[in-house]
Design a protein around this ligand. Structure first.
Ligand code: ZN
Length: 250
């Protein structure tokens, strides 16, 4: 009987072993997706999902994307084995997506230290132009542009270092984006962090999906703005912001 048991174990794996053998461990993207769904958390292209990614999993994701990207190149009938130009393309694209151009989905928000407004500054501050680099959600084509931020502080506002505006902007833009949504996301974060009396953001960007494909010669530049608080209520302040912005290098 003992003999029979041994034979049984060595020739037929248990149900669990068989399942792992057949399907393997679920891919890392599936594990992350399961956590997001369990938490009822949206995971659109321009959402940040860093809180649902465990240590080391971005590297795993990179491997998964690389393998899938290699399949895309194969389906495009590109001989990546002989063509020295495309030999490392799947790896490079995976790295670019996860650690560069879409890193704003996978990395937590940059740390920003807020200082109380001890000097009670209440003068219009303009930050910009900040370079905005993004990609459209529709075609994953680059979007390159500039962002200007106007802050009207009051005594309850927090102040953050100038370079932090650029960092937060980069974090929001480094995702597949829709320009109108990007500017709202940026406004919501700054509103929350700085708590200004008024907040104004203008973004002007060039959409490469218009140059590169489709209508090609169409005017591909798009401008969006958000005005909140005193910028909405006070037309003079709004004019001051926009005129200062026009004087600046654009
Ligand atoms: Zn597009």
């Amino acid at each position: 009987m003992g003999q029979e048991g041994v034979i049984h174990m060595s020739t037929r794996p248990t149900a669990l072993l068989r399942r792992i053998e057949e399907h393997g461990e679920p891919p890392v993207s599936e594990r992350i997706r399961a956590r997001l769904q369990h938490a009822n958390q949206r995971y659109f292209a321009n959402d940040n999902i860093a809180a649902f990614i465990l240590e080391g999993e971005v590297d795993e994701l990179r491997g998964e994307v690389e393998a899938k990207m290699a399949e895309v190149l194969k389906s495009l009938v590109i001989d990546t084995e002989s063509d020295h130009n495309t030999q490392g393309t799947a790896r490079r694209v995976a790295r670019m997506f996860l650690t560069e151009v879409f890193k704003g989905r996978y990395q937590p928000m940059p740390t920003v230290t807020e200082f109380p407004n001890i000097e009670r500054l209440n003068e219009l501050m303009i930050i910009g132009p900040i370079t905005a680099r993004s990609a459209c959600s529709h075609h994953l084509c680059p979007i390159l542009g500039k962002v200007w931020i106007g802050i009207m502080p009051n005594e309850h506002s927090n102040l953050i270092g100038l370079s932090k505006y650029a960092r937060i902007c980069d974090w929001v833009m480094s995702r597949p984006q829709i320009q109108e949504e990007a500017v709202m996301q940026l406004a919501n974060i700054l509103q929350h962090k700085v708590k200004p009396d008024g907040l104004a953001i203008v973004i002007e960007a060039d959409h490469f999906c218009m140059h590169w494909r489709g209508v090609k010669d169409a005017d591909s530049r798009m401008t969006n703005s958000v005005m909140r608080g005193s910028f909405l209520k006070d037309p003079d302040l709004r004019r001051e912001f926009l005129s200062l912005l026009n004087k600046k290098d654009r």
